[in-house]
Design a protein around this ligand. Structure first.
Ligand code: AMP
Ligand code: TRP
Length: 344
């Protein structure tokens, strides 16, 4: 799916991000940057998914400040809150209501296949919350509550969107109106750009993640110029110059990651960046990557700091988003409840 094909058949975008602190370059390049570029072509709804955040224990005060921080980061990155809808998930109760109905559609076997649960729960599966296991059902509800047609995400969320499609099809088969029409159309994942999976700066085979113990593994959106510079200087590499071909680059995970990051930050193709730097060493490449990363991220982090001085204003923006989101969600949930056979 390309941006051009969406323009020809625009419908509605939904995407979400968890307010769990440490928003990083992966979140920016894999998700938020694409939200910003899509919002002018297709009506968009973006959510700070706080109900998802509590699938692992959260400190309430920290959760509250993360909701503000992530909202500020999204606005500072360029999401236009006048034209797009930005709200926190728990403020629209229809999400949990639809999630329950979907719990009664989704099969245990489908959830058992979800690789992210296996990764996140690790060896301690018996101690994981039911919410963590069940989370993809809530995610399906998030998307289908607005009958979203496209869901821009990073590569790691593809399987969850496939599950949302399975749930939508199963619902369509179970519940028909008099005309025997499908109630939901199937949402498409939109995995755009050259950095759909940004890797850790310490290990090119591991995803850059909010929860990595090493802060040096990621570039946070709140990092200062010096922090960004030091992290890139120290980023793991090998000692060879950058290769000639993409095939060779693909055998060198750390080099591939840094080149992909450069390509995504400059909105260019990986192959053109490789052409530009092939034969050059990292001592030549890294300073240029630092300059590009600082130039892109510093205005975002300074705008974020500015917005965070007035959290009441952020609350107002979320309230407006809540009302707009509810206006779309309420009638859709009402129709779902009618189809299921509830009296409301
Ligand atoms: P999360 O931090 O799990 O709430 O993810 C929010 C969004 O960022 C989702 O669309 C993810 O797919 C995306 N994302 C998270 N980590 C990465 C990464 N390392 N590379 C690319 N996209 C990512
Ligand atoms: N599960 C997503 C993540 O961790 C966040 C999310 C929740 C989401 N609901 C969504 C993304 C709906 C897209 C659409 O990254």
């Amino acid at each position: 799916m390309t941006k051009e094909s969406i323009k020809q058949n625009p419908q509605r975008i939904f995407s979400g991000i968890q307010p769990t602190g440490n928003l990083h370059l992966g979140n920016y390049l894999g998700a938020i940057k694409n939200w910003v570029s899509l919002q002018s072509d297709i009506p968009s709804i973006f959510s700070i998914v706080d109900l998802h955040a509590i699938t692992v224990p959260q400190d309430p005060a920290k959760l509250r400040s993360s909701i503000h921080e992530v909202t500020a980061a999204i606005i500072a990155s360029g999401v236009d809150v006048k034209n797009s809808i930005l709200f926190n998930q728990s403020s629209v109760k229809e999400h949990t209501e639809l999630a329950w109905i979907f719990n009664c559609v989704c099969r245990i076997g489908w959830l058992n296949r979800m690789t992210q649960f296996k990764e996140k729960a690790g060896k301690n599966r018996e101690k994981a919350t039911v919410g963590l296991y069940n989370y993809p059902v809530l995610m399906a509800a998030d998307i289908l509550l607005y009958k979203a047609s496209h869901v821009p995400v990073g590569d790691d969320q593809k399987q969850h969107i496939e599950l949302a499609r399975d749930i939508a099809s199963a619902f369509n088969n179970m519940f028909k109106n008099e005309k025997q029409e499908d109630f939901f159309s199937l949402p498409e994942p939109l995995i755009l750009g050259t950095a759909t999976r940004v890797m850790s700066l310490r290990d090119g085979t591991k995803k850059m993640s909010k929860s990595d113990d090493s802060d040096a593994s990621r570039i946070n959106l709140t990092d200062t110029r010096d922090q960004i510079s030091n992290k890139i200087k120290k980023a793991k590499t090998d000692s060879n110059p950058l290769p000639e071909t993409l095939d060779e680059l693909k055998t060198r995970p750390e080099a591939l990651n840094l080149i992909n990051i450069y390509a995504a930050l400059s909105s260019q193709k990986t192959s053109s960046i490789l052409e530009q730097f092939s034969g050059k060493g990292f001592s030549y490449f890294k300073p240029q990557l630092i300059e590009l990363a600082v130039d892109t991220l510093s205005p975002i982090s300074s705008e974020m700091r500015n917005l965070l001085k007035d959290t009441k204003e952020i609350d107002k923006i979320l309230k407006i988003g809540q009302e707009k989101a509810k206006n779309i969600a309420e009638p859709i949930l009402k129709d779902v409840k009618n189809l299921v056979g509830f009296i409301n």
